[in-house]
Design a protein around this ligand. Structure first.
Ligand code: ZN
Length: 311
């Protein structure tokens, strides 16, 4: 039993074309589509969840593909990079693969003694691959093209771009249980020792930075992981006592959620391990059928007519 924040649970971003998003994440990056559902607040839009075999918290990247949405811009008040842990020795494989698929990459950079290979998805979302210094025993999802020996293991962490360090750092340390472990230039590293993976948050301070615009190619929110809804509700009390606004508990079918905006402007969520993605389809079939929350089941025919057909 843990009553702590267990690193990241999932990250949710915005995409434009559903098919292009699906192909990039399942084929090029080799993730498993673990759930194909709709945006619960806008059922004419898909909600895709990509992760490892089981969609273990800490591996889940989710998208709302809003066809025709404009391009977003990264800026302060947002999560501006997602880092995936990959096995040692796999970077050359990925460089070659990205070249083959015309994926935009930047020069590898070193941060806190780890090498990052930055790249962008077809909507311009910033991602990076990193071989972590610490051991990561999570098993990657293998596909025909991406063997387990090179497959992504899940998140290593995320970068938040902010005007000021202190207010957000205080939320990370005083409420969420992270510790500041390093600084390189304007990048500050925070790690939780409650879990070994998906445990890193970097804050990149840009005092003169403009606010980002949340549309295609940007992150919508980042979710922190808790074991269950009892722990979650204890965090709700802590967050309220710190004077921040927070939503009531919301049932997202695969987990329970609370949302709050941290003082730097990034939308944070706290999400539970329970009940998980096998609640409405068996492990072997995850992601293969369109799953709808029960309130939309009567409108299934209409919803399926409106959603883009995936090839
Ligand atoms: Zn979420």
């Amino acid at each position: 039993m843990s009553n702590r924040i267990l690193g990241l649970h999932h990250i949710t971003a915005i995409a434009n074309i559903a098919q292009r998003n699906h192909d990039f994440y399942t084929k090029v990056l080799g993730l498993r589509l673990v759930k194909k559902t709709v945006n619960f607040d806008d059922p004419g839009t898909y909600h895709f969840y990509y992760g490892n075999e089981e969609g273990t918290p800490g591996t889940i990247l989710t998208f709302f593909p809003w066809e025709g949405i404009g391009q977003g811009t990264n800026g302060v008040g947002m999560a501006t990079e997602i880092a995936y842990a990959v096995p040692g020795g796999s970077i050359d494989f990925w460089k070659e693969r990205f070249k083959q698929f015309n994926i935009k990459t930047s020069e590898a950079v070193e941060r806190f003694g780890e090498i990052y290979l930055p790249f962008t998805d077809p909507d311009g979302l910033n991602l990076a691959l990193v071989v972590p210094k610490t051991t990561d025993n999570r098993k990657g999802w293998a596909t025909g093209d991406v063997a387990e020996s090179v497959a992504t293991k899940g998140f290593q962490g995320a970068t938040l771009s902010l005007k000021e360090l202190e207010p957000t750092a205080k939320v990370l340390t005083d409420i969420l249980g992270y510790k500041q472990t390093g600084q390189e230039g304007n990048r500050y590293r925070f790690i939780t020792d409650a879990i070994e993976t998906a445990s890193t948050i970097d804050i990149l301070v840009d005092e003169k930075g403009k606010r980002g615009y949340n549309a295609a190619g940007t992150n919508h929110h980042i979710a922190f992981r808790v074991e269950n809804d009892d722990v979650q509700m204890a965090f709700r009390e802590k967050i309220l006592s710190a004077g921040l606004q927070i939503t009531p508990k919301i049932d997202r079918d695969y987990f329970f959620s609370l949302y709050f905006r941290e003082p730097g402007g990034v939308l944070f969520e706290i999400a539970t391990d329970n009940p998980g993605f096998t609640v409405d389809e068996p492990l072997i079939q995850l992601g293969s059928k369109l799953k709808l929350p029960k309130q939309y089941e009567p409108a299934r025919a209409e919803i399926e007519r409106v959603l883009p057909v995936l090839k």
